[in-house]
Ligand binder design. Structure first.
Ligand SMILES: Nc1ncnc2c1ncn2[C@@H]1O[C@H](COP(=O)(O)OP(=O)(O)OP(=O)(O)O)[C@@H](O)[C@H]1O
Length: 220
């Protein structure tokens, strides 16, 4: 059991305040959905937590100990699926897996996944968006980090792979705390156990679709 708490955070680009008053708590076993209109700061917030975007200010704890995002990559606490595909196009799927995992058992868990074994001989650049995103989610999800953040795992992918990603994340949450963001909000709501919305730099707890409407993310 692990607990990630974002107590407060702030981020501006020049005069533009993107993150001002944002907080959440995430336990192992939970999936937190982060909603918000284009440009509200979802990716920025994830990158601040991952440690690749400098914060003006951030206070985070893991298991009630101060967590410094700058040490995250080294300490392997929070894994991150970026919004845009990140695997090199020229490499075969079967050759990507050992780059991420030395341990044979871990390699096999991905290689013998029924959706992956069918595409193992293909080059990454030949995969459909769904195949590619599914592979990326499996690679990031199988890392040993107790927390995982996914930036738009459902965008532009075939329904078949959305179903597989949801199945995988539902299983994965037994061992990890997961944060996901996506404009495909129905897919997000189908798997999340708690949700928040970012608006004008602040986070709001979302308990229903009605909250998404009253916060003007969805049309009333
Ligand atoms: N490196 C940067 N320099 C200047 N402004 C930036 C930079 N990165 C992001 N921004 C601005 O910060 C705001 C938040 O961007 P961010 O990508 O976090 O939004 P988002 O909520 O993830 O959007 P989307 O839903 O479109 O992916 C936007 O106005 C964006 O233009």
């Amino acid at each position: 059991m692990a607990i990630l708490q974002l107590h407060s955070a702030a981020k501006s680009f020049g005069n533009k305040v993107v993150i001002e008053k944002v907080s959440f708590t995430l336990n192992t076993g939970e999936i937190l959905g982060v909603f918000g209109r284009n440009g509200c700061g979802k990716s920025t917030l994830l990158k601040m937590l991952f440690g690749t975007e400098k914060s003006n200010f951030i206070r985070v704890s893991i298991n009630e100990e101060r967590f410094d995002p700058k040490q995250n990559i080294k300490n392997q606490q929070i894994a991150y699926l970026p919004q845009h595909p990140f695997l090199p196009k020229n490499i075969k799927v079967r050759d990507v897996i050992p780059i991420y995992f030395e341990e044979e058992k871990k390699q096999d868990a991905i290689f013998y996944d029924s959706m992956i074994s069918q595409i193992a001989a293909k080059k990454v650049g030949e995969l459909s968006m769904g195949q590619l995103r599914y592979l990326e989610v499996l690679l990031i999800g199988n890392l040993s980090h107790p927390f995982i953040m996914l930036d738009e795992p459902f965008s532009m992918i075939e329904p078949l792979y959305k179903i597989e990603i949801k199945k995988f994340l539902n299983k994965l949450k037994n061992d990890k705390g997961i944060i996901t963001t996506d404009h495909y909000y129905e897919d997000v709501l189908a798997i999340t156990t708690k949700n928040l919305l970012l608006k004008d730099g602040e986070s709001y707890v979302v308990q229903s679709r009605d909250d998404l409407r009253s916060l003007e993310y969805l049309k009333s």
